[in-house]
Design a protein around this ligand. Structure first.
Ligand code: FE2
Ligand code: FE2
Length: 266
């Protein structure tokens, strides 16, 4: 059986579109759109954001399953944690499918990107959990915290509580990543460095060349949500409290804000 499968091997219903990011960019260029032109579905921020997250939850479920499969010699407790994560992510996928329905959309209405899946392409389980659990799921904490604040502005308790419930799980996944990144590389500082470099490369992709901002420094833009407009953060903010709960150090959080390439070891 093949390890580290390509994104187009992921099972999706026939009417789902799963595309490599470069194909999305090319399609936009062919239609005369700049990379920053809004796609039709981006007219409604909440549908677009929920759809991206829902696809991310599916890929997170698949990624944890692949990590379990790809590393049969990893410690049994590691495999148990990955199995537990598959279960958690499947609940998250269900929650976001329900939230999509709640905002008038459904999973598969828009194209699904592959950039999250590309982060699974690491041959070492220590790098895999550094990249996915600490990098990607750290990002999930940031994005979920933003969504909770938007739901609070909207006075929407359904979204606020549902996302908060998922965020609580993501914090445990980040902690799990930190634990295994450290355990699997015990006595091998070079291997730890490589795992962290893989995480840095992922943090970098999602920093889009800039650092993330603290909530209090965030600039705001108006976005349409349903038939109203709300102020949302212009860029990704740091979910400082959630990240501290998840075991990130103040120094690591600062580095993400400043867009430094290197994360501190711990
Ligand atoms: Fe999740
Ligand atoms: Fe997760």
């Amino acid at each position: 059986m093949q390890r580290m499968i390509a994104v187009d091997k992921l099972a999706r219903p026939e009417d789902h579109i799963l595309l490599r990011s470069d194909r999305v960019r090319n399609a936009r260029a062919e239609q005369g759109l700049t990379p920053n032109s809004p796609m039709p579905y981006e007219d409604d921020f909440l549908k677009s954001r929920m759809h991206g997250i829902c696809a991310g939850e599916f890929q997170a479920m698949e990624a944890a399953g692949r990590t379990l499969y790809d590393f049969p010699d990893a410690p049994w407790e590691f495999q148990l944690d990955m199995a537990r994560q598959v279960w958690d992510e499947s609940r998250h996928a269900e929650i976001y499918m329900k939230l999509l329905e709640y905002v008038g959309s459904y999973y598969g209405e828009f194209p699904e990107g592959e950039v999250l899946w590309s982060c699974t392409q690491a041959e070492d389980p220590a790098a895999r959990v550094a990249g996915i659990n600490r990098g990607l799921e750290g990002l999930a904490c940031d994005v979920f915290e933003q969504l909770i604040r938007l739901a609070q502005n909207m006075g929407d308790e359904v979204i606020e509580r549902a996302v908060d419930y998922v965020l609580a799980d993501e914090i445990t996944h980040v902690r799990m990543g930190s634990k295994w990144m450290r355990k699997l590389t015990e006595g091998d500082p070079e291997r730890l460095k490589r795992a962290q470099a893989f995480q840095d490369s992922i943090d970098d992709i999602f920093n889009f060349g800039n650092g993330r901002t603290f909530v209090e420094n965030a600039e705001h833009v108006k976005q349409r949500v349903g038939d109203k407009e709300f102020e949302i953060d212009r860029s990704i903010t740091i979910a400082r409290e959630a990240r501290l709960l998840a075991g990130f150090t103040e120094e690591e959080i600062d580095r993400l804000v400043k867009g430094f390439r290197k994360s501190a070891a711990y």
